[in-house]
Design a protein around this ligand. Structure first.
Ligand code: FES
Length: 284
């Protein structure tokens, strides 16, 4: 299965369908605030994995009830809940998918296809149960659960092997050594300008001075490792934010909260102090 998914990652024949679907998703999910909501910007956490808990929980519970006598009605209610709640979860997933890298989109396409087939089977299961054909409804329920489980496996590969929508910058913290690190002489640090510096020789951070306050933030964008130091500073909802040059995610310079997707994760701010006129930082 792992070898098969590795082949999917590299299969450019999926790109034609993927590119078309991406255009449809980006053209349909507007305005940007809707896309941000679906990415999880409001939560500071990707929304899709949280939303799938409802259909997955409902469908697994329905399968357990299907194995017990006298549970037709609650099982039907749970199959209905799972099928209806899967729709917004799928929309949030498609929204994330449209901002992924090409190899991730290929696997994401197969993940979405498996789950779409699973949802269709569950819709059939619901229709059978509502028309009194409970044996057929149960059989389709188990088939649907097998199909969405396959979809979940592929989704796991996408998230944990390919790193889709996981925080790409936080691993920088694991490489940073303890103690304070000197970054810049305050006397020469310009106001309201993004400056890039390195900690431990290869961990990039950005500095942004505003009066006597200096923000130190990891430079690698949590979305897909874009260089925030090459981004712009823009005011969004009254807050100065750094905007990633790759896909436009924006992070508050005062706090690191994500203000604009496709990142669903906040960016890490590092503690600072000034010692003898020198700005220093350390691990949080
Ligand atoms: S890398 Fe995609 S928004 Fe930064």
């Amino acid at each position: 299965m792992r070898a098969l998914l590795t082949k999917v990652e590299q299969d450019s024949r999926l790109d034609r369908a993927g590119d078309r679907l991406q255009k449809v998703v980006l053209g349909t999910l507007r305005p940007r605030r809707l896309r941000d909501l679906l990415h999880g910007v409001t939560l500071g956490h990707p929304l899709h994995p949280a939303m799938v808990q409802v259909p997955v929980g409902a469908w697994i519970s329905a399968a357990v009830l299907d194995l017990m006598p006298g549970q037709r009605r609650p099982a039907t209610v749970l199959v209905g809940l799972g099928t209806v709640s899967a729709l917004p979860a799928a929309v949030a997933g498609l929204n994330d998918w449209a901002a992924l890298a090409r190899d991730q989109r290929r696997v994401g396409l197969v993940h979405a296809a498996a789950n779409t087939v699973g949802m269709a089977i569950y819709a059939g299961s619901l229709a059978a149960r509502l028309s009194g054909r409970h044996g057929m409804g149960r059989a389709l329920g188990f088939l649907g659960l097998s199909t969405v489980s396959l979809g979940a496996y592929i989704g796991g590969h996408l998230a944990y092997k390919q790193g889709a929508q996981v925080n790409q910058s936080v691993s920088e913290l694991h490489r940073m050594t303890d103690g304070w690190h000197s970054l810049a002489d305050m006397a020469t640090l310009p106001q309201r300008t993004l400056i890039t510096r390195e900690v431990d020789d290869d961990i990039s951070v950005i500095l942004y001075r505003h009066g006597d306050e200096v923000t130190v933030m990891l430079e690698r964008c949590p979305h897909q490792s874009g260089p925030l130091g090459e981004g712009d500073v823009q005011e969004i909802d009254g807050h100065a934010c750094v905007v990633c040059p790759w896909h436009g995610s924006a992070f508050r310079l005062n706090g690191g909260e994500v203000m604009q997707g496709p990142s669903g994760n906040d960016q890490q701010i590092l503690p600072t102090r000034i010692q003898n006129g020198v700005l220093q930082t350390r691990l949080p």
